[in-house]
Design a protein around this ligand. Sequence first.
Ligand SMILES: Cc1cc2nc3c(=O)[nH]c(=O)nc-3n(C[C@H](O)[C@H](O)[C@H](O)COP(=O)(O)OP(=O)(O)OC[C@H]3O[C@@H](n4cnc5c(N)ncnc54)[C@H](O)[C@@H]3O)c2cc1C
Length: 576
Amino acid sequence: KVYDSASDLPSLSFDFVIVGGGTAGNVVANRLTENPDFSVLVLEAGVSNEGVLDSMIPFWKFGGNLLGPTIYDWNYTTTPQAGLNDRVLDYSRAHMLGGCSSHNGMFYTRGTQDDFDRYAKLTGDPGWSWDAILPYFMKNEKWVPPADHHDTRGQFDPSVHGTAGFIQTSISGFQYPIFQSKVLQTTKELPDVFPFNLDMNSGKPLGLGWLQYTIGHGRRSSSATSYLAPEFIRRENLHVLLHAQVAKLVDPRNATGTLSFGGVQFLQGTSQFTATASKEIVLSAGTVGTPNILMHSGVGDQGILNALGIPTLLHLPSVGQNVSDQPAFAASWAVNFNQTMELVTQNTTRFNEAFAEWNRSHTGPLVDFSPTYVAWLRLDADSPIFENHTDPSAGLDTPHIELAITPGVAGFGVSEPGHFVGAGMALVTPISRGSVTINSSDPLAPPLIDIGMLTSDFDLFALREALKRAQQFFEAPVWRDSIIGPVQDFENITSDALDEIIRNTAGPSLHLVGSAGMSARDAPYGVVDPDLRVKGVEGLRIVDASVLPLVPSAHTQAATYVVAERGADLIKQRWE
Ligand SMILES: Cc1cc2nc3c(=O)[nH]c(=O)nc-3n(C[C@H](O)[C@H](O)[C@H](O)COP(=O)(O)OP(=O)(O)OC[C@H]3O[C@@H](n4cnc5c(N)ncnc54)[C@H](O)[C@@H]3O)c2cc1C
């Protein structure tokens, strides 16, 4: 059941308390309550996703309405980013059931075999390898036909997808035929740079292929709509409390010589409550929320905690450190055909028609976030940057660069009239690192989010290369008759001027990971062991994107879902 008020809960004592009803937390809640003997409380600070149209309609303009400042977002900002000319950026984290899966861009990209094999190596646990994790991708996924039921043969590889899982995935369900044929023709004209890849979720994504989304039947599929669907939320042993912000873990004990916590303190309005877990507390508050709670509970770097007068219960200096996100920017080109997203974004009548169609049948131009192909590319092996930097990618089948090719303006900042094609460019293997830390002893004060963006010259170099590849893409012969010109002239500027443009316009992909990274059991760094148990604490696990020690070369929700599916299995193995 979902509750709005703590006073309606049947009790404040459960077997498991999960902090955060987000992308990962709801997976764990569902899986644990498959066992009728386990009682579970989920504490979610945010609001319900129920009936929130902006969360249901995939088209980017709707999800965009949920980003800050709104009640659906924590409305965080970063610290001034030195690599971005000291700009302070909005840093969105969802404040609603389903977490970021309720308001993200829905790209469904798993990362590479190399990424997961590297997690296995770093943790010393083969259970995190690609082969061991693949069944969890399958368990999470329910592949469905696109909204328009077009023939998808040759657009994906069914053998690498799950059809009986929870999160619905599909290919774009609205067609832009001129754009599509040109994109596919480009893979034929420039096969060395942009070879066609049938399925970017096979573990080997290099090349260009059809993007897959966490969208089913024209609607967003989130951890809230799936793992907390009515048939699950009905379970007698599952309790989800909204508007419940966890302040810290309380009632520390040391009876067995190892630290444990008796309860979780949370606030609803001005009232304070403590929920207890007889088996385990699971932190699933995300890469920003989880380290924040740990530090306010006295688990973190002693120096930071001492300075704020927070008693250190466990000196764990890696808490909140080593975070990374993928820097991104965008470029667009004006075109002379009108089959682009601007058909609806720049024409109110058509937009209203599309909205009416979506309401009627969940079909039409609003069924995709921004119908897209993605090219996953490596930097040239002989790039001069490798003279000073070791390749940060996990292996030779892992991309450095992502180009999201869209039938419309990319970056969403351009409002001039016309029709466009665009490239969203990201560096998916950043070297720059940042931190999530605190500068107040008040658990309700926002944490300090320093994403360290573009502090490595490797990252800047890679973004410059990404732009070159995007230019190369739209210079292929097939585009010649249709490109009118770039929205921003990157051709006739110096490389210093280009760096300035990047530093002034690049932003985060919002794929933050690493603030509670997993490491090998005996490693002198890291926050959780390969079983996701907080090192040095009994009865406390972390199951969310914060445990990924390095960002996968992809968008991060799919990796978060498999962390959650495996995390739930690890917890069950301990208690069943
Ligand atoms: C705008 C945006 C677009 C994105 N686009 C994509 C995309 O297209 N594809 C993709 O793969 N990834 C995307 N991502 C990233 C991806 O969504 C996240 O990596 C992933 O969802 C993180 O899951 P999580 O479970 O770690 O955290 P979350 O989903 O953020 O869940 C954490 C939950 O904990 C709650 N919480 C936090 N603190 C507390 C507290 N103190 N007490 C109680 N509850 C608390 C939060 O309200 C939230 O519901 C995007 C992210 C954003 C923000």
